[in-house]
Design a protein around this ligand. Structure first.
Ligand SMILES: Cc1cc2nc3c(=O)[nH]c(=O)nc-3n(C[C@H](O)[C@H](O)[C@H](O)COP(=O)(O)OP(=O)(O)OC[C@H]3O[C@@H](n4cnc5c(N)ncnc54)[C@H](O)[C@@H]3O)c2cc1C
Length: 315
């Protein structure tokens, strides 16, 4: 086994064995003896060869039906997608949210409850000291060895607090006082704000179970403004026009049918992270790749929140 294979955790399994067989030209013999096995092998082989960098297979146009045209098509109704849909609908746009999860588990599946922001009024009211924005940004840059996106970091520092305040604005003071608090607030001298030069800030609102109610409220309000949620729909490909602009999305329903959502103004891709896609992590997240290579175990990177979900299930 090569060093790379060791690093990537590659080992011989049914799929890699079949791939090897194909490479040595023995597939013809299998095909002659067992056509069904050969067809399955060919399809597994194709799936194994597929990379996130490859273009997706085109979908037969005759299999796609029309789901209509919306100003904004949101792919993924998690934290980002739900609020995106809410704000777009609030501003008068027609909105479709394509969501992979089913309706029953949806809000629970979005998760969350501890929300870290900068200088929200909620946290200031809990006694959190006001964070110096420049200081926070310098610490962020230092921790990321200046490989962060400075514009995005600055946007977060300037806006995250007021976004949180807006999200919770309809919750009564009594409810907030009863169910929520600021992490480590009011500050105590035993909470360290600087250790060996690393700085820590008071910014995490602990909203607990109220968070899910809030998400549901924002979804209800978005729906009251006309936004539509399409559950059990998995977005498969984006439609592009001749100039390369994204004009819509083709999704697959749980019954196997394909549906096209056309977008007049834009498609918001809010489908979450890729930390469970090993190949993408290796290709894109240098830090995790280096860490995994140093440990000799790429499995280190397989964190997709599943452990947390499992942990929650045990409570
Ligand atoms: C159990 C748990 C608890 C957590 N607690 C916290 C916390 O307390 N504080 C905190 O800051 N972070 C927490 N996190 C992390 C936080 O949830 C994520 O950082 C956040 O949800 C990311 O938001 P997002 O909108 O980018 O992606 P997500 O919230 O993951 O949303 C992506 C959505 O897109 C859908 N989707 C994906 N692909 C497709 C597709 N092809 N077609 C259609 N739909 C698709 C998914 O079903 C999902 O609903 C927690 C995570 C978990 C798992």
């Amino acid at each position: 086994m090569s060093k790379n294979e060791k690093m990537s955790g590659a080992h011989i399994n049914r799929r890699s064995f079949l791939k090897g067989v194909a490479a040595t030209g023995a597939m013809g013999a299998i095909a002659a003896a067992h056509p069904a096995a050969a067809a399955q092998a060919a399809s597994e082989n194709k799936a194994a060869a597929k990379s996130w960098k490859d273009k997706p297979d085109p979908i037969d146009e005759t299999l796609i039906s029309d789901a209509g045209t919306y100003d904004v098509v949101v792919v993924g109704g998690g934290h980002a997608g739900l609020i995106c849909a809410r704000v777009a609908a609030m501003k008068g746009a027609s909105v479709a949210v394509i969501e992979n999860q089913n309706e029953k588990s949806y809000i629970r599946g979005v998760g969350g409850g501890q929300v870290g922001t900068v200088n929200s009024q909620f946290m200031l009211d809990q006694g959190a000291p006001r964070i110096d924005e420049g200081d926070f940004l310098r610490e962020w840059a230092r921790r990321n060895v200046i490989r962060h996106n400075p514009r995005r970091a600055s946007y977060f520092v300037k806006n995250s607090g007021r976004v949180l305040d807006w999200i919770i604005k309809d919750v009564s003071k009594e409810q907030l006082a009863k169910n929520c608090h600021g992490m480590s607030c009011p500050p105590k001298p035993t909470v360290l704000q600087e250790v060996s030069g690393w700085k820590f800030y008071y910014g995490t609102a602990i909203l607990g179970s109220i968070w899910r109610d809030l998400l549901k409220t924002h979804q209800d309000k978005a729906m009251a403004d006309g936004a539509k949620w399409f559950y059990d729909h998995h977005a498969e490909i984006c439609d592009l026009d001749g100039s390369g602009a994204v004009t819509g999305v083709v999704a697959k329903r749980s019954d196997g049918k394909y549906i096209r959502f056309k977008a007049r103004k834009g498609v918001a891709l809010c489908a979450g992270d890729f930390s469970n896609n090993r190949e993408m992590v290796i290709d894109i997240l240098d830090d995790l790749r280096h860490q995994a290579e140093a440990q000799g175990d790429i499995n280190l990177v397989k964190t997709n929140g599943r452990a947390l979900i499992f942990f929650q299930g045990c409570l």
